[in-house]
Design a protein. Sequence first.
Length: 273
Amino acid sequence: MIGKTRQDLGQPRGILVPRFGVGQFSHQREAPCAALAGLVEHYWYVSWDMQGHPPQAQETLPHPSVHLVVEKDVDGIYGVQTARYSRLLEGQGFAFGIKFLPGGFQPFLRAPLATIAGQRVAPDAVFGTAGTAYIAQIRACAGANAMMAAAEAFLLERLPPPDASTDLTNRLVAAIAADASMTTVDALVAASGLNKRALQRLFQHYVGVGPKWVIKRYRMHEAVAQLQSGAPPRLAQLALDLGYFDQAHFINDFTALVGKPPGEYARQLPTPV
């Protein structure tokens, strides 16, 4: 059964446009079964109907995760992306994906995740002809629930053996995501019990990017969440809370990733409903 291991998935993070003023947009997520809970974070399905309305741009910030994505005419295994993802939503469409835990795809790839970082890989390059058949099966499904069931069955048939390094990687990334005060690699070294070089090797092999990148991205996720809240903090205090020594450095990093300064981003957010 899908969704029995972690019922509360919380609010999705990293979505830069939390709602649209026109058209229809839906976002559904489900947790995996217990056997896949150490490899898969969740299955996700988005659909939109912008017929009769102007196209809407949706952007998301990258997570340190691999996604296996199927759309109407596009598919692929996406390694960790270093830039924000932008998609113009027009007409009717859908996208279905498996979001793997940060260390969860390496046992399927059986190679360093750094080799596919920033890339789109054909499913058959990893899963052979079964990958091509999986894509066709997902496109033939009648809806999100059927897609999630098919994805779960596909992964369970290829369930890799337990991997202690996968579990360790997942715990370390979860600690970064949960603790906004963890703003340096040295802090993660102290929490992990590994030396800095071993930590770097672990992240390159199992995540695809270094621990500093992961820390900075999760701090940006926190910044966006704070700005989207009903009572966003002052920028100077937000920068300090996220480990920046000065507000200018925070604004530069935010602008480079999000595409606009934090003050402008906050002003352009739609009014909460």
